[in-house]
Design a protein around this ligand. Structure first.
Ligand code: SAH
Length: 232
């Protein structure tokens, strides 16, 4: 299995060299037509999305579709979000240099990479062991030394590294886990899809000021459910 993953990543790597310009062009087009055109204006987010090689975060057979306007399957019944949703959540979380981020739901590692282009350090947790392993290997090969990835249940956050300026949950639940609220830094922002995990959710942004949390409800979205270890 490990060998297979390394081979797939290596194949992806060689196609990066051959098709570098083509994918760079596709990425620029994606940012212009799907993201900037729909109102995302946070420059560091747009720059990060122009840079991160999304085609290396999807199964190699889907590399040609990596820059299309939709989510794609990444195995184990999970998906990499539509580029616009990644950009929207990134902008909402107000990432900046000097900040520390926590992502719950590493998946392919793409959202973590986008955040890591902007903030100082990204901690990311994935509950499917195979995805956690694959993402960690991919991020290492791509040189993301400021991402710390682990396998586990992100519901509890990562108390050893708290508090976080940015917390992003890329899986849906009917409530925001209390440990994540507790681990949000003063002035920090938490972005998460909240609602019925089986149908549609709403993107929620929590902001912590002087210890008080305020909530903003934004666009309807569809995410895969937040799972729990040792439950159900
Ligand atoms: N951010 C990812 C896509 C997220 S898909 C990317 O950029 O590719 C949602 C991911 O959350 C899935 O990989 C799923 O396995 C994971 N997940 C679900 N419940 C979780 C939990 N409790 N803790 C950590 N990860 C979880």
């Amino acid at each position: 299995m490990k060998l297979l993953i390394v081979i797939l990543i290596a194949l992806g790597g060689s196609s990066l060299c051959q098709d570098k310009d083509r994918y760079a062009q596709e990425r620029n087009r994606m940012v212009e037509s799907q993201i900037a055109a729909r109102g995302i204006s946070h420059q560091p987010t747009l720059q990060a999305m122009r840079k991160v090689p999304r085609h290396l975060f999807v199964p190699s057979v889907l590399a040609g579709e990596a820059y299309t306007d939709r989510p794609l399957p990444i195995g184990y019944n999970q998906t990499i979000s539509q580029p616009f949703v990644v950009a929207y959540m990134t902008e909402l979380s107000r990432p900046a240099r000097g900040k520390k981020a926590l992502e719950i739901g590493t998946g392919s590692g793409y959202q973590a990479a986008v955040l890591a282009e902007i903030v100082d350090t990204v901690y990311t947790i994935e509950i499917v062991p195979e995805l956690a392993r694959e993402a960690a290997a991919r991020l290492k090969i791509l040189g993301y030394s400021n991402i710390v990835a682990k396998y586990g249940d992100g519901y509890k956050g990562w108390p050893e590294h708290a508090p976080f300026d940015v917390i992003m949950v890329t899986a849906a639940a009917d409530h925001i886990p209390q440990p994540l609220k507790d681990q949000l830094a003063e002035g920090g922002r938490l972005v998460m899809p909240v609602g019925d995990p089986a149908t549609v959710q709403q993107l929620i942004v929590l902001t912590k000021r002087k210890g008080r949390i305020t909530e903003q409800r934004l666009a309807p979205v569809r995410f895969v459910p937040l799972k729990r270890l040792n439950m159900k």
